[in-house]
Design a protein around this ligand. Structure first.
Ligand SMILES: *Cc1c(COP(=O)(O)O)cnc(C)c1O
Length: 356
């Protein structure tokens, strides 16, 4: 028991998997953690986390960073110069939710392509978007993919697709970055190791603080030269931390104990999606729910999604509106099957009340 289970009896909070609190095992590891000054490279717990993350992600080296946003920013800045172009999806988290940091801090020009419903980019379109060598054009340096794809419903990009994207990037002298905030969910859903899924990627940023329940932190991984540049950038961005072993200790527990259990979250997400599909007033394709993110639409005529979420919250269930008709529910460790049942009952009541 970590206290969080008691809290979830009063409210079912489905706004995000970032709400997960550290486990008892994490708190014990944090209390015991041996520490040193990580800016000097002398924190043994941070060093152990970085070695473990590099191994799990199949890369030569890794770096502990305060957030996924900083992990992506560092990864892009380490691989692109000012005026260079990066190709990414118009629904990519990097493009949509990171304040344009790569442009703001690095002068990197985003070249967006439409994401397909499954989160992928059409590789023929990617190839066509790669700039020729011409004095008029910027230089294309990087392709960025997202796996699982957040705005595309937590969809998983498969091994063959990831390999094909890497092959295209490398054939054209580009590098491939993967925003793998939820790469652990992708790997569990596919039944492959993250290392295999990322075999062709030059860099990856992966969150420890979402479904894996660590309180803080992400890791970036890649080759040694990339990580050396990433380490310099982390310092410049103010992300050099001192006795960070206190939080890295929780990250080690996250990688060792919390990955396989994500399958439970995926099963509960399917339970929620199937239940929602049976309700009048909800539109959802439950077969598209592959991991822990459940996006659905409110049918028209029907309540505005913001009003729906406010009314649902009064019934003890919190979700997020994504548009006038769209709603997102995120399954995580504090949401058990009984809470899914409670959620479905609350959604049904809320829709009935709105229709009355
Ligand atoms: C959450 C998320 C991030 C950023 O992580 P923070 O730790 O919140 O900065 C990046 N990419 C995707 C796809 C995410 O879902």
């Amino acid at each position: 028991m970590d206290g969080s289970d008691r809290a979830s009896e009063t409210t079912v909070d489905l706004r995000s998997d970032t709400l997960t609190r550290p486990t008892d095992s994490m708190r014990e590891a944090m209390a015991r953690a041996e520490v040193g000054d990580d800016v000097y490279g002398e924190d043994p717990t941070v060093n152990a986390l970085e070695a473990l993350a590099a191994e799990r992600l199949g890369k030569a080296a890794a770096l502990f960073v305060p957030s996924g946003t900083m992990g992506n920013l560092i990864s892009v800045l380490a691989q692109c110069g000012r005026g260079d172009e990066m190709i990414l999806g118009a629904d990519a988290h990097i493009f949509y939710y990171e304040q344009g940091g790569a442009a703001g801090f690095g002068g990197v020009q985003p070249r967006t392509l439409a994401n397909r419903a499954d989160g992928t980019l059409d590789l023929a379109e990617v190839e066509a978007a790669i700039r020729a060598d011409n004095d008029h054009y910027p230089v294309t340096r990087l392709i960025a993919l997202e796996n699982t794809h957040n705005r595309c419903g937590g969809r998983v990009l498969g091994v063959d697709y990831m390999d094909a994207a890497a092959a295209l990037a490398h054939a054209r002298g580009l590098r491939l970055h993967v925003d793998g905030a939820r790469i652990w969910n992708a790997a569990v859903a596919l039944g492959v190791s993250p290392a295999r899924l990322l075999a062709g990627a030059d860099s990856v940023s992966a969150c420890l603080s979402k479904g894996l329940s660590a309180p803080v932190g992400s890791v970036v991984a890649g080759d040694r030269d990339f990580i050396r540049r990433a380490r310099r950038l982390r310092k410049a961005l103010g992300g050099g931390m001192r006795q960070a072993g206190v939080i890295a200790a929780a990250g080690i527990v996250a990688l060792e104990e919390m990955v396989e259990r994500l399958a439970e979250d995926h099963a509960n997400a399917r339970l929620l999606a199937n239940g929602l599909a049976a309700l009048d007033g909800v539109r959802i394709d439950p077969t598209a729910v592959q991991t822990n993110l459940v996006y659905f639409e409110l049918a028209r005529p029907g309540p505005d999604a913001g009003d729906f979420c406010a009314a649902l919250e009064r019934r003890g269930v919190r979700m997020g509106a994504t548009s006038a008709t769209g709603v997102r529910a995120v399954i995580h460790r504090h949401v058990h099957a009984a809470a899914v049942d409670r959620t479905l009952a609350a959604v049904a009541e809320t829709l009935r009340a709105a229709a009355a």
